[in-house]
Design a protein around this ligand. Structure first.
Ligand code: NAD
Length: 352
């Protein structure tokens, strides 16, 4: 169908986006993938070095908050589909600067939606707007239970409130203007290319450098973890086989209390770094809790599993081991990110 030809992927220089771009560029040579990214602190084109010269790939440096630019792009390039990942994504940053999250996650999404209904209006029904979101929109769970696609929205952080808002607008544009859309809400991702402010890469890096491992509160926060490449595979499947106007929850069937995850990480790191058992756990240090911290997220991914046959391809132990190996053998990537050098690296090439 028409929608499979020119695909705009937003936020493709970020963590998850770069895996989605790589998958689509390599798996679908008949498509053309346009990666639109503002290259904020979280966007890093080094993530895409292996695909940047592909014939079916174009990088576009631009900001989804610039509505004129977005309209022009939709007009000139006549995309068939959008996979929207660009966002401010870090909860701690959303607590210190909530408006930045409203700007990109809400207004930025609105700009894409407005461009879609306006510029696609003559063949709207052949198009698709696929919005990537998080399970954090559902708020917090008690000890038992799982989030399903029917769970009500109950966001607690400025990050999750901004993502919830964007989900609502996508759905509303579907109902009000008949925009064909799909939304998927995924649990915590981990894997190669994740910015080292997030738990797993932060801790891998700290362990290598013998720095403290700051654990929030009592360490009993519970999260479901999914290997990023499994998320990218789910996005591929949902994009091609998912039904319009549907929501799909994506999760790893893999719940961990933070402290248990950190202990597992420590054991694996001690052995990979040839350090005596127990070296790493000495670095654990409990710090003041994050305000509004959700106790437990857990996702019921049975819909995407039953309807589309998706399931994670790796166990947590396998995914974690691959992730650690990647960080240990890509020290340049990490050094560039930590020092900010990666931003200068590409500045010349893509100066506006
Ligand atoms: P990320 O922070 O690594 O990447 C975000 C990307 O968006 C970066 O490349 C950044 O440069 C770009 N960007 C930010 N603001 C922009 C703007 N105004 N215009 C254009 N580009 C902009 O984030 P991520 O972890 O890869 O998450 C991607 C998406 O997936 C987000 O929508 C996030 O809410 C969602 N999500 C993330 C997780 C997770 O565990 N990381 C889980 C579920 C859903």
């Amino acid at each position: 169908s028409l929608r499979n030809k020119k695909i705009l992927i937003t936020g493709g220089a970020g963590f998850i986006g770069s895996h989605v771009v790589r998958l689509f560029v390599s798996k679908y040579p008949e498509y053309h993938v346009y990666n639109l990214d503002a290259l904020t602190y979280a966007g890093n084109l080094e993530n895409l070095k292996d695909v940047e010269n592909s014939e079916n790939y174009t990088f576009l440096k631009g900001d989804i908050n610039d509505s004129e630019y977005i309209n022009r792009l939709f007009h000139e390039l006549q995309f068939d589909a959008v996979i929207h990942l660009a966002a401010e994504s870090h909860v701690d940053r959303s607590i210190s600067d909530p408006l930045a999250f409203v700007r990109t996650n809400v207004f930025g999404t609105m700009n894409l939606l407005n461009a879609a209904i306006e510029i696609w209006k003559d063949n709207l029904h052949e198009k698709l707007f696929y919005h990537i979101s998080t399970d954090e929109v559902y708020g917090s769970l008690g000890e038992k239970g799982l989030f399903s696609e029917e769970s009500s929205y109950d966001p607690n952080s400025p990050y999750s409130a901004s993502k919830a808002s964007s989900d609502h607008f996508v759905r509303a544009y579907g109902e009000t203007y008949e925009l064909p859309y799909i939304i998927s809400n995924c649990s915590n991702n981990y894997g190669p290319n994740q910015f080292p402010e997030k738990l797993i890469p932060l801790f891998i890096n700290n362990i290598v450098e013998n720095k403290e491992l700051p654990v929030y509160g009592d360490g009993k926060y519970t999260r479901d973890w999914l290997y990023v490449i499994d998320h990218a595979n789910a996005i591929d499947l949902i994009f091609h086989k998912g039904s319009e106007k549907e929501t799909y929850n994506i999760g790893g069937f893999n719940e961990w209390q933070n402290i248990d995850l950190i202990k597992l990480l420590c054991d694996v790191m001690d052995s990979k770094l040839n350090r005596p058992a127990g070296s790493c756990s000495k670095l654990i240090s409990y710090v003041k809790d994050r305000p509004g911290h959700d106790k437990r997220y857990a996702i019921d991914a049975s819909k995407v599993n039953n309807e589309l046959g998706w399931k994670p391809s790796v166990t947590f132990e396998e995914g974690l081991s691959k992730t650690i190996d990647w960080y240990l053998s890509n020290k340049d990537w990490l050094n560039h990110v930590v020092s900010g050098d990666y931003q200068d690296y590409y500045k010349k090439q893509y100066s506006e």
